[in-house]
Design a protein around this ligand. Structure first.
Ligand SMILES: Cc1cc2nc3c(=O)[nH]c(=O)nc-3n(C[C@H](O)[C@H](O)[C@H](O)COP(=O)(O)O)c2cc1C
Length: 215
């Protein structure tokens, strides 16, 4: 507090989203932080070569899963680092790809990790189910750069197995799972539901409130 006035804190949300799920979470994050009086900037990571979604091919989907398992980097366009330097809190948001952060996020970490020194970093993960090794990788990177990594906000697709795996694979490959009656029965949608998006907003407000109080 200064002269009885709340001092606004600044957050930058750095994100990548291939199939719009993280983008939907980021929309709620931005809203939640703004409602709590934060100054919010958003920075979308853009690959130098456009990635299409869906992939429209089963072999291409399998190939992508294998290469992402090996943490293949996907080069991103250069970013303006001024906004990151000025922010106190950095959100790193994106999907899990084969147990890892996505290729564009890996490239961002390789090139710009030094900017996270002394920052509070909040990971936000969108995934079908498996996020722990993605988070552990991010935490190691952030801490080795001298940043402070918070507990992540994670949203899964919230659908029972094996339907979640089948439905996600088909969606990525460009095959509509809901055109098969048996799958449609168990796989109502790809991605996060409205309740989860509302939860994202309320979680963000809770985190923002405690960050606003901390030094
Ligand atoms: C190549 C690839 C690999 C994936 N691997 C995983 C995985 O290992 N674990 C998981 O839970 N989800 C995995 N997913 C699913 C995505 O994490 C999930 O669909 C996420 O919500 C997509 O977010 P986005 O729309 O922001 O890209 C994978 C998706 C793709 C495209």
């Amino acid at each position: 507090m200064e002269n009885g006035q709340k001092v606004s804190k600044s957050v930058i949300i750095i994100y990548y989203s291939l199939s719009t799920q993280t983008a939907k979470l980021v929309h709620r994050l931005r809203k939640g932080f703004r409602q709590e009086g934060f100054n919010v900037q958003t920075l979308k990571l853009i690959p130098t070569k456009k990635l299409s979604f869906p992939l429209h091919s089963i072999p291409k989907t399998i190939f992508m899963m294998l290469t992402t398992f090996l943490r293949r980097r996907i080069p991103i366009r250069p970013i303006d680092s001024t906004q990151i330097k000025e922010a106190e809190i950095v959100v790193l948001a994106g999907p899990t790809w084969s147990y890892n952060p996505s290729g564009p996020m890996l490239d961002f970490l390789d090139k710009y990790i030094g900017l996270l020194k002394d920052k509070i970093v909040l990971p936000v993960i969108s995934c079908r189910k498996y996020w722990r090794s993605h988070f552990n990788y991010l935490r190691r990177k952030v801490e080795s750069a001298g940043g402070r990594c918070m507990q992540p906000i994670v949203f899964t697709h919230n659908i029972k197995e094996p339907w979640s795996t089948i439905g996600t694979f088909m969606t990525i490959a460009g095959i509509n799972p809901r055109s098969y009656p048996l799958i449609r029965k168990h796989y109502p949608r790809y991605g996060h539901n409205k309740i989860q998006l509302n939860q994202m907003e309320s979680k963000t407000r809770d985190i923002a409130t405690s960050l606003m109080k901390s030094d």
